[in-house]
Design a protein around this ligand. Structure first.
Ligand code: AMP
Ligand code: MG
Length: 409
Protein backbone atom coordinates (compact mmCIF):
# COMPACT_ATOMS: atom_id res chain seq x y z
CA UNK A 1 0.00 0.00 0.00
CA UNK A 2 1.15 3.50 -0.85
CA UNK A 3 2.79 5.10 2.21
CA UNK A 4 0.97 8.41 2.20
CA UNK A 5 -2.43 6.72 2.11
CA UNK A 6 -4.22 6.47 5.47
CA UNK A 7 -6.21 3.39 6.32
CA UNK A 8 -9.90 4.02 6.93
CA UNK A 9 -9.72 2.11 10.23
CA UNK A 10 -7.05 4.51 11.50
CA UNK A 11 -8.98 7.56 10.35
CA UNK A 12 -12.12 6.26 12.07
CA UNK A 13 -10.20 5.76 15.33
CA UNK A 14 -8.98 9.35 15.19
CA UNK A 15 -12.50 10.63 14.50
CA UNK A 16 -14.19 8.62 17.24
CA UNK A 17 -11.55 9.56 19.81
CA UNK A 18 -12.46 13.22 19.25
CA UNK A 19 -16.24 12.78 19.60
CA UNK A 20 -17.88 13.45 22.97
CA UNK A 21 -21.32 12.15 23.98
CA UNK A 22 -23.93 14.89 24.32
CA UNK A 23 -26.01 15.44 27.45
CA UNK A 24 -29.53 14.13 27.96
CA UNK A 25 -32.95 15.66 27.39
CA UNK A 26 -36.37 14.47 28.42
CA UNK A 27 -38.81 13.56 25.66
CA UNK A 28 -42.31 12.20 25.58
CA UNK A 29 -42.58 8.52 24.74
CA UNK A 30 -44.31 9.43 21.48
CA UNK A 31 -41.24 11.42 20.41
CA UNK A 32 -38.75 8.78 21.45
CA UNK A 33 -38.65 6.58 18.33
CA UNK A 34 -35.11 6.41 16.91
CA UNK A 35 -33.61 8.29 19.85
CA UNK A 36 -30.83 6.84 22.00
CA UNK A 37 -31.65 6.10 25.64
CA UNK A 38 -29.56 8.13 28.05
CA UNK A 39 -30.68 6.19 31.15
CA UNK A 40 -30.85 2.56 32.20
CA UNK A 41 -34.50 1.56 32.35
CA UNK A 42 -35.14 -0.32 35.59
CA UNK A 43 -38.46 -2.07 36.15
CA UNK A 44 -40.39 -0.67 39.10
CA UNK A 45 -42.88 -3.53 39.06
CA UNK A 46 -43.26 -7.05 37.73
CA UNK A 47 -44.87 -7.71 34.38
CA UNK A 48 -47.32 -9.33 34.28
CA UNK A 49 -48.19 -7.78 37.65
CA UNK A 50 -50.10 -10.92 38.74
CA UNK A 51 -50.56 -14.51 37.62
CA UNK A 52 -53.14 -14.38 34.86
CA UNK A 53 -54.90 -16.62 32.40
CA UNK A 54 -53.40 -17.22 28.94
CA UNK A 55 -56.73 -18.59 27.65
CA UNK A 56 -60.46 -18.15 27.85
CA UNK A 57 -61.53 -21.05 30.04
CA UNK A 58 -61.89 -22.23 33.61
CA UNK A 59 -59.59 -21.77 36.59
CA UNK A 60 -59.55 -25.06 38.50
CA UNK A 61 -57.61 -27.07 41.08
CA UNK A 62 -55.37 -29.62 39.36
CA UNK A 63 -56.33 -32.12 42.11
CA UNK A 64 -59.95 -32.03 40.86
CA UNK A 65 -59.27 -32.74 37.19
CA UNK A 66 -56.29 -35.05 37.17
CA UNK A 67 -58.56 -38.13 36.90
CA UNK A 68 -60.71 -36.62 34.12
CA UNK A 69 -61.18 -38.93 31.15
CA UNK A 70 -63.57 -38.56 28.21
CA UNK A 71 -65.08 -42.04 28.40
CA UNK A 72 -64.57 -43.43 31.86
CA UNK A 73 -64.50 -40.43 34.18
CA UNK A 74 -65.60 -37.02 32.93
CA UNK A 75 -65.42 -34.66 35.91
CA UNK A 76 -68.08 -32.03 36.61
CA UNK A 77 -67.21 -28.91 38.57
CA UNK A 78 -69.47 -26.16 39.93
CA UNK A 79 -68.88 -22.72 38.34
CA UNK A 80 -68.97 -20.18 41.21
CA UNK A 81 -67.97 -16.91 39.50
CA UNK A 82 -67.19 -15.28 36.12
CA UNK A 83 -64.06 -13.14 35.85
CA UNK A 84 -63.48 -10.97 32.78
CA UNK A 85 -60.17 -9.30 31.96
CA UNK A 86 -60.09 -6.09 34.00
CA UNK A 87 -61.95 -7.66 36.95
CA UNK A 88 -60.48 -9.38 39.99
CA UNK A 89 -61.97 -12.60 41.34
CA UNK A 90 -63.85 -12.17 44.63
CA UNK A 91 -63.95 -15.86 45.51
CA UNK A 92 -61.40 -18.62 45.92
CA UNK A 93 -61.72 -21.91 44.04
CA UNK A 94 -62.56 -24.70 46.50
CA UNK A 95 -62.73 -28.46 46.06
CA UNK A 96 -65.05 -29.39 43.16
CA UNK A 97 -65.31 -25.78 42.02
CA UNK A 98 -64.21 -23.69 39.01
CA UNK A 99 -64.21 -20.01 38.03
CA UNK A 100 -64.94 -19.00 34.46
CA UNK A 101 -62.01 -16.82 33.40
CA UNK A 102 -61.10 -14.73 30.34
CA UNK A 103 -57.64 -14.24 28.82
CA UNK A 104 -55.62 -11.78 30.89
CA UNK A 105 -57.80 -12.00 34.00
CA UNK A 106 -56.06 -12.65 37.34
CA UNK A 107 -55.96 -16.27 38.55
CA UNK A 108 -58.24 -16.74 41.57
CA UNK A 109 -56.89 -18.04 44.86
CA UNK A 110 -57.07 -21.82 45.16
CA UNK A 111 -56.73 -22.41 41.38
CA UNK A 112 -53.46 -23.65 39.90
CA UNK A 113 -54.50 -24.65 36.37
CA UNK A 114 -56.62 -23.19 33.56
CA UNK A 115 -58.68 -25.41 31.22
CA UNK A 116 -59.31 -24.15 27.71
CA UNK A 117 -63.00 -23.53 27.07
CA UNK A 118 -62.86 -25.65 23.91
CA UNK A 119 -61.79 -28.68 25.96
CA UNK A 120 -64.96 -28.56 28.09
CA UNK A 121 -68.70 -28.67 27.97
CA UNK A 122 -70.22 -25.97 30.13
CA UNK A 123 -73.39 -24.26 31.35
CA UNK A 124 -73.57 -21.01 33.32
CA UNK A 125 -73.28 -22.99 36.55
CA UNK A 126 -71.23 -26.06 35.66
CA UNK A 127 -68.31 -27.29 33.63
CA UNK A 128 -67.65 -30.82 32.43
CA UNK A 129 -64.00 -31.77 31.93
CA UNK A 130 -63.03 -34.61 29.60
CA UNK A 131 -59.29 -34.70 29.88
CA UNK A 132 -56.55 -33.97 32.30
CA UNK A 133 -54.49 -30.82 31.79
CA UNK A 134 -50.90 -30.34 32.98
CA UNK A 135 -50.71 -28.67 36.42
CA UNK A 136 -50.07 -24.94 35.90
CA UNK A 137 -51.28 -25.05 32.28
CA UNK A 138 -52.37 -21.82 30.60
CA UNK A 139 -51.20 -19.60 33.45
CA UNK A 140 -48.86 -16.69 32.75
CA UNK A 141 -46.98 -16.26 36.00
CA UNK A 142 -46.37 -12.88 37.60
CA UNK A 143 -43.02 -11.45 36.45
CA UNK A 144 -42.50 -13.93 33.58
CA UNK A 145 -41.76 -10.97 31.27
CA UNK A 146 -40.18 -8.39 33.57
CA UNK A 147 -38.91 -8.66 37.14
CA UNK A 148 -39.02 -5.65 39.42
CA UNK A 149 -35.50 -4.24 39.89
CA UNK A 150 -34.05 -5.67 36.67
CA UNK A 151 -32.47 -3.42 34.04
CA UNK A 152 -34.80 -4.03 31.10
CA UNK A 153 -33.32 -1.62 28.52
CA UNK A 154 -29.74 -0.40 28.92
CA UNK A 155 -28.55 3.12 28.27
CA UNK A 156 -27.21 3.54 24.71
CA UNK A 157 -29.96 1.51 23.02
CA UNK A 158 -31.87 3.03 20.14
CA UNK A 159 -35.59 3.13 20.84
CA UNK A 160 -37.53 0.99 18.38
CA UNK A 161 -41.22 0.02 18.54
CA UNK A 162 -40.33 -2.86 20.89
CA UNK A 163 -38.62 -0.51 23.33
CA UNK A 164 -41.51 1.98 23.06
CA UNK A 165 -43.99 -0.75 24.03
CA UNK A 166 -41.79 -1.87 26.90
CA UNK A 167 -41.38 1.71 28.15
CA UNK A 168 -45.17 1.96 28.21
CA UNK A 169 -45.41 -1.29 30.20
CA UNK A 170 -42.99 0.28 32.66
CA UNK A 171 -45.17 3.42 32.85
CA UNK A 172 -42.48 5.69 31.40
CA UNK A 173 -44.41 8.42 29.65
CA UNK A 174 -41.20 10.45 29.44
CA UNK A 175 -37.65 9.17 28.98
CA UNK A 176 -34.19 10.65 28.99
CA UNK A 177 -32.50 10.40 25.58
CA UNK A 178 -29.27 11.90 24.30
CA UNK A 179 -29.54 15.27 22.66
CA UNK A 180 -29.33 15.27 18.87
CA UNK A 181 -26.11 16.70 17.45
CA UNK A 182 -26.49 19.81 15.32
CA UNK A 183 -24.78 19.26 11.98
CA UNK A 184 -24.01 22.27 9.78
CA UNK A 185 -23.81 21.30 6.11
CA UNK A 186 -21.87 23.34 3.61
CA UNK A 187 -21.39 22.79 -0.10
CA UNK A 188 -18.63 24.51 -2.01
CA UNK A 189 -18.20 25.32 -5.65
CA UNK A 190 -18.72 28.11 -8.19
CA UNK A 191 -20.45 25.60 -10.44
CA UNK A 192 -23.28 24.88 -7.99
CA UNK A 193 -26.82 26.21 -8.00
CA UNK A 194 -29.23 25.59 -5.15
CA UNK A 195 -32.63 24.00 -5.54
CA UNK A 196 -34.50 27.27 -5.21
CA UNK A 197 -32.36 29.05 -7.81
CA UNK A 198 -33.62 29.27 -11.34
CA UNK A 199 -32.52 26.21 -13.27
CA UNK A 200 -29.50 27.12 -15.30
CA UNK A 201 -27.83 25.24 -18.14
CA UNK A 202 -24.44 26.24 -16.83
CA UNK A 203 -24.84 25.09 -13.24
CA UNK A 204 -24.87 21.83 -11.37
CA UNK A 205 -27.55 21.34 -8.73
CA UNK A 206 -26.19 21.23 -5.20
CA UNK A 207 -27.33 17.71 -4.44
CA UNK A 208 -24.76 16.98 -1.75
CA UNK A 209 -26.37 19.26 0.83
CA UNK A 210 -29.64 17.36 0.54
CA UNK A 211 -28.14 13.88 0.42
CA UNK A 212 -25.96 14.69 3.41
CA UNK A 213 -28.86 16.32 5.31
CA UNK A 214 -30.89 13.14 4.85
CA UNK A 215 -27.96 11.00 5.98
CA UNK A 216 -27.58 13.22 9.05
CA UNK A 217 -31.24 12.78 9.91
CA UNK A 218 -31.05 9.03 9.39
CA UNK A 219 -28.12 8.88 11.82
CA UNK A 220 -30.04 10.89 14.43
CA UNK A 221 -28.56 14.37 13.90
CA UNK A 222 -30.23 17.70 13.19
CA UNK A 223 -29.13 19.13 9.85
CA UNK A 224 -28.60 22.88 9.40
CA UNK A 225 -28.09 23.91 5.78
CA UNK A 226 -25.52 26.64 5.30
CA UNK A 227 -25.97 26.66 1.52
CA UNK A 228 -23.16 27.09 -0.96
CA UNK A 229 -19.79 28.74 -0.41
CA UNK A 230 -18.23 30.09 -3.58
CA UNK A 231 -14.66 29.11 -4.40
CA UNK A 232 -12.75 31.83 -2.57
CA UNK A 233 -11.06 31.64 0.82
CA UNK A 234 -13.11 34.55 2.17
CA UNK A 235 -16.44 33.15 1.04
CA UNK A 236 -15.53 29.80 2.56
CA UNK A 237 -14.40 31.32 5.86
CA UNK A 238 -17.57 33.40 6.16
CA UNK A 239 -19.80 30.34 5.65
CA UNK A 240 -17.77 28.17 8.00
CA UNK A 241 -18.14 30.82 10.73
CA UNK A 242 -21.93 30.51 10.39
CA UNK A 243 -21.63 26.86 11.28
CA UNK A 244 -19.49 27.33 14.36
CA UNK A 245 -22.32 26.83 16.87
CA UNK A 246 -22.97 23.36 15.49
CA UNK A 247 -21.51 20.15 16.91
CA UNK A 248 -20.34 19.06 13.48
CA UNK A 249 -19.59 20.86 10.25
CA UNK A 250 -19.78 18.70 7.15
CA UNK A 251 -18.38 20.40 4.11
CA UNK A 252 -18.20 18.86 0.67
CA UNK A 253 -16.04 19.75 -2.30
CA UNK A 254 -12.85 21.72 -2.58
CA UNK A 255 -10.73 19.19 -0.68
CA UNK A 256 -8.58 18.12 -3.63
CA UNK A 257 -5.48 19.91 -4.84
CA UNK A 258 -7.06 21.93 -7.67
CA UNK A 259 -6.49 25.66 -8.11
CA UNK A 260 -9.89 26.41 -6.59
CA UNK A 261 -9.82 23.92 -3.74
CA UNK A 262 -9.59 26.11 -0.65
CA UNK A 263 -10.78 23.75 2.06
CA UNK A 264 -7.28 22.82 3.12
CA UNK A 265 -5.81 26.32 3.54
CA UNK A 266 -9.00 27.62 5.17
CA UNK A 267 -9.33 24.65 7.57
CA UNK A 268 -5.64 25.08 8.37
CA UNK A 269 -6.12 28.74 9.12
CA UNK A 270 -9.23 28.24 11.26
CA UNK A 271 -8.51 24.93 12.88
CA UNK A 272 -5.90 23.82 15.35
CA UNK A 273 -4.96 20.25 14.66
CA UNK A 274 -6.41 19.18 11.36
CA UNK A 275 -5.93 15.87 9.57
CA UNK A 276 -5.77 15.94 5.81
CA UNK A 277 -6.07 12.37 4.77
CA UNK A 278 -5.59 10.65 1.51
CA UNK A 279 -7.71 7.72 2.56
CA UNK A 280 -6.93 4.31 1.18
CA UNK A 281 -10.50 3.94 -0.02
CA UNK A 282 -12.40 4.21 -3.24
CA UNK A 283 -14.49 6.20 -3.80
CA UNK A 284 -13.50 9.08 -1.56
CA UNK A 285 -9.79 9.57 -1.28
CA UNK A 286 -9.36 13.16 0.02
CA UNK A 287 -10.95 13.76 3.44
CA UNK A 288 -10.16 16.38 6.06
CA UNK A 289 -11.04 16.16 9.74
CA UNK A 290 -10.31 18.26 12.79
CA UNK A 291 -11.63 20.81 15.22
CA UNK A 292 -12.55 24.37 14.37
CA UNK A 293 -13.34 26.02 17.68
CA UNK A 294 -15.58 23.48 19.41
CA UNK A 295 -16.98 22.17 16.14
CA UNK A 296 -15.77 18.90 14.67
CA UNK A 297 -15.24 19.62 10.99
CA UNK A 298 -15.22 17.16 8.11
CA UNK A 299 -14.14 18.05 4.60
CA UNK A 300 -15.60 15.41 2.27
CA UNK A 301 -14.93 15.00 -1.43
CA UNK A 302 -17.31 16.81 -3.75
CA UNK A 303 -18.36 13.96 -5.99
CA UNK A 304 -21.84 12.93 -4.82
CA UNK A 305 -21.05 9.23 -4.40
CA UNK A 306 -17.72 9.93 -2.69
CA UNK A 307 -19.34 12.31 -0.22
CA UNK A 308 -22.01 9.74 0.64
CA UNK A 309 -19.59 6.85 1.00
CA UNK A 310 -17.16 8.83 3.17
CA UNK A 311 -20.10 10.11 5.21
CA UNK A 312 -21.20 6.49 5.78
CA UNK A 313 -17.74 5.40 6.90
CA UNK A 314 -16.69 8.35 9.07
CA UNK A 315 -19.45 10.88 9.79
CA UNK A 316 -22.31 8.48 10.51
CA UNK A 317 -20.42 6.62 13.26
CA UNK A 318 -19.35 9.96 14.72
CA UNK A 319 -22.95 11.21 14.90
CA UNK A 320 -24.09 7.94 16.43
CA UNK A 321 -21.33 8.12 19.03
CA UNK A 322 -22.27 11.69 19.91
CA UNK A 323 -25.87 10.46 20.34
CA UNK A 324 -24.61 7.95 22.89
CA UNK A 325 -25.43 4.92 20.72
CA UNK A 326 -23.72 1.64 21.58
CA UNK A 327 -23.91 0.52 17.96
CA UNK A 328 -21.96 2.67 15.50
CA UNK A 329 -21.72 0.45 12.41
CA UNK A 330 -24.23 -0.73 9.86
CA UNK A 331 -25.05 -4.42 10.01
CA UNK A 332 -22.56 -6.42 7.94
CA UNK A 333 -23.60 -9.60 6.13
CA UNK A 334 -21.66 -12.08 4.06
CA UNK A 335 -22.91 -12.70 0.55
CA UNK A 336 -21.83 -14.57 -2.57
CA UNK A 337 -20.39 -12.15 -5.11
CA UNK A 338 -21.90 -12.70 -8.56
CA UNK A 339 -19.39 -10.94 -10.80
CA UNK A 340 -15.75 -10.71 -11.73
CA UNK A 341 -13.82 -7.82 -10.25
CA UNK A 342 -10.20 -6.76 -10.08
CA UNK A 343 -8.31 -3.87 -8.52
CA UNK A 344 -4.86 -2.93 -7.29
CA UNK A 345 -4.13 -3.97 -3.69
CA UNK A 346 -3.80 -0.38 -2.50
CA UNK A 347 -7.28 0.74 -1.50
CA UNK A 348 -10.36 -0.57 0.24
CA UNK A 349 -13.21 -0.40 -2.26
CA UNK A 350 -16.87 0.18 -1.49
CA UNK A 351 -18.87 -1.03 -4.44
CA UNK A 352 -22.51 -0.13 -4.53
CA UNK A 353 -24.32 -3.44 -4.40
CA UNK A 354 -27.68 -5.11 -4.70
CA UNK A 355 -28.31 -7.86 -2.15
CA UNK A 356 -30.91 -10.53 -2.65
CA UNK A 357 -31.83 -13.95 -1.32
CA UNK A 358 -31.80 -16.95 -3.63
CA UNK A 359 -32.36 -20.55 -2.52
CA UNK A 360 -31.62 -19.55 1.03
CA UNK A 361 -28.31 -17.86 0.15
CA UNK A 362 -27.50 -14.18 0.19
CA UNK A 363 -26.23 -12.97 -3.19
CA UNK A 364 -24.77 -9.63 -4.20
CA UNK A 365 -23.99 -7.94 -7.49
CA UNK A 366 -22.90 -4.40 -8.26
CA UNK A 367 -25.37 -1.74 -9.37
CA UNK A 368 -23.43 -1.37 -12.61
CA UNK A 369 -21.25 1.60 -13.42
CA UNK A 370 -19.32 2.65 -10.32
CA UNK A 371 -18.08 6.16 -11.19
CA UNK A 372 -18.01 8.55 -8.24
CA UNK A 373 -20.39 10.93 -10.00
CA UNK A 374 -22.97 8.21 -10.71
CA UNK A 375 -25.52 8.76 -7.96
CA UNK A 376 -27.93 6.24 -9.47
CA UNK A 377 -25.44 3.65 -8.20
CA UNK A 378 -26.43 4.71 -4.67
CA UNK A 379 -30.11 4.92 -5.53
CA UNK A 380 -30.10 1.31 -6.74
CA UNK A 381 -27.93 0.00 -3.90
CA UNK A 382 -29.08 -1.67 -0.71
CA UNK A 383 -25.56 -2.42 0.42
CA UNK A 384 -21.93 -1.38 0.14
CA UNK A 385 -19.69 -4.27 -0.87
CA UNK A 386 -16.58 -3.86 1.29
CA UNK A 387 -13.49 -5.15 -0.52
CA UNK A 388 -10.35 -5.09 1.65
CA UNK A 389 -7.21 -3.19 0.64
CA UNK A 390 -5.21 -6.35 -0.05
CA UNK A 391 -7.75 -8.13 -2.28
CA UNK A 392 -6.90 -8.03 -6.00
CA UNK A 393 -9.43 -10.29 -7.66
CA UNK A 394 -12.94 -11.56 -7.06
CA UNK A 395 -14.77 -14.19 -9.05
CA UNK A 396 -18.40 -15.29 -8.99
CA UNK A 397 -19.12 -17.26 -5.81
CA UNK A 398 -16.49 -15.54 -3.67
CA UNK A 399 -17.71 -14.51 -0.22
CA UNK A 400 -17.72 -10.76 0.43
CA UNK A 401 -18.73 -8.55 3.35
CA UNK A 402 -21.58 -6.16 2.65
CA UNK A 403 -22.61 -3.20 4.80
CA UNK A 404 -26.40 -3.22 4.72
CA UNK A 405 -27.94 0.15 3.90
CA UNK A 406 -31.51 1.10 4.71
CA UNK A 407 -34.35 0.11 2.42
CA UNK A 408 -34.39 -3.65 2.84
CA UNK A 409 -33.94 -6.43 0.31
P1 AMP B 1 -14.49 19.25 -6.05
O1 AMP B 1 -13.97 18.29 -5.04
O2 AMP B 1 -14.90 20.54 -5.46
O3 AMP B 1 -13.54 19.41 -7.18
O4 AMP B 1 -15.78 18.58 -6.66
C1 AMP B 1 -15.69 17.35 -7.33
C2 AMP B 1 -16.91 17.12 -8.18
O5 AMP B 1 -18.06 17.06 -7.36
C3 AMP B 1 -17.19 18.23 -9.19
O6 AMP B 1 -17.58 17.66 -10.40
C4 AMP B 1 -18.32 18.99 -8.57
O7 AMP B 1 -19.12 19.63 -9.51
C5 AMP B 1 -19.07 17.95 -7.81
N1 AMP B 1 -19.71 18.55 -6.65
C6 AMP B 1 -19.10 19.25 -5.70
N2 AMP B 1 -19.97 19.68 -4.78
C7 AMP B 1 -21.19 19.23 -5.15
C8 AMP B 1 -22.50 19.34 -4.61
N3 AMP B 1 -22.72 20.02 -3.50
N4 AMP B 1 -23.51 18.73 -5.26
C9 AMP B 1 -23.27 18.04 -6.39
N5 AMP B 1 -22.06 17.91 -6.96
C10 AMP B 1 -21.02 18.49 -6.35
MG1 MG C 1 -15.16 22.40 -6.13
Amino acid sequence: MNDDLTRLEDALKTVLAAVPVLGAEKVSLLDALGRVLAEDIIAERDNPPWDNSAMDGFAVRYEDIKQAHAVTTPTTLKVIEDVQAGKFPTKAVGKGEAIRIMTGAPIPKGADTVLKVEDTENTPTSVKVFKEERQGANIRPQGEDVRKGDCIIPKGKIIRPAEAGMLAILAKSFVFVSQRPKVAILSTGDELADLDERFSEEKIVNSNSYGIAAAVQEAGGLPMLLGIARDSPDALKAKIRQGMNADFLVLSGGVSMGDYDFTKPVFQELGGEMNFWKLAIRPGQPVAFGKIGKTLAFGLPGNPVSSMVTFEQLVRPAILKMCGSQVLARPVVQALFQEKFSKRPDRRHFLRGVLWMEKGMLMVRTTGSQGSGILTSMVKANGLIDIPVEVEKLKPGDVVNVQVLGGGF
